[in-house]
Write a protein that binds this ligand. Structure first.
Ligand SMILES: *Cc1c(COP(=O)(O)O)cnc(C)c1O
Length: 216
């Protein structure tokens, strides 16, 4: 089923939109099957879980971190991931910068936007995004390359559209104004139930788990 699911989704995607397989709780065998069917990038939520899978799969995939990153996991994360999609504080930005510097690399990152303004969710509030990005743009070993958002957990996926739109507007605004050292290239929004709406609102990275691998 994994193969058929991926083929069906890929056929629907407009040019320029990349399908990231969200692989939390999926096995190395499942991920390998996905990689054989045209998936290039996987998204993992937990550093420890990703570490085990990375040991088996390595550079056959590009690895995106899509969970909440804790300070004490940054060093390991820098050794595994090609992009961290969830920078949500100045402190974690600075830790990633430090870790990447020690590893002799520059880490591409996205800034997570708390588009639903939820108290219990991580992410930068929409009105703080531009200032936040300017404030971390001078860190020499991270490279801000766009935004990511989850949006609230809603029963009707089309209700997420407004949160995708808020995030897309921030993305476009920062892109058109231009911030030195910042390259607004990726807008990561949309999951299994909502990626179609996200793409209509401008997403070019979608993170899909269930629609590829089935229910967890
Ligand atoms: C699990 C997860 C997804 C994928 O969710 P599905 O509904 O299974 O497609 C996308 N993004 C993040 C951050 C996730 O944790």
């Amino acid at each position: 089923m994994i193969k058929e699911n991926i083929e069906r989704i890929l056929l629907e995607l407009p040019a320029g939109v990349e399908l990231v397989a969200a692989t939390k709780a999926r096995s190395v065998a499942e991920i390998s099957e996905a990689l054989e069917t045209g998936i290039k990038t996987v998204g993992e939520n937990y550093v420890q879980e990703a570490e085990a899978k990375f040991a088996a799969i390595g550079k056959r995939a590009r690895w995106h971190f899509i969970g909440h990153l804790q300070k004490n996991k940054v060093k390991k994360a820098v050794g595994i991931f090609d992009m961290i999609e969830t920078v949500d504080s100045a402190e974690i930005a600075s830790e990633i910068d430090k870790g990447a510097k020690e590893a002799g690399r520059v880490m591409p990152v996205l800034v997570e936007i708390n588009s639903g303004r939820e108290k219990n969710k991580f992410g930068i509030l929409p009105e703080d995004a531009e200032q936040f990005i300017a404030s971390i743009s001078g860190l020499g070993n991270i490279k801000v390359m766009g935004l990511m958002t989850m949006g609230p957990n809603l029963r009707e996926p089309q209700e997420l559209r407004q949160y995708f739109r808020i995030t897309s507007e921030i993305f476009q605004r920062i892109k058109s104004r231009g911030v030195p050292h910042v390259d607004m290239r990726y807008l990561s929004m949309g999951m299994s139930g909502s990626y179609k709406f996200a793409i209509e609102e401008g997403a070019n990275l979608i993170r899909v788990g269930t629609a590829i691998f089935g229910n967890r």
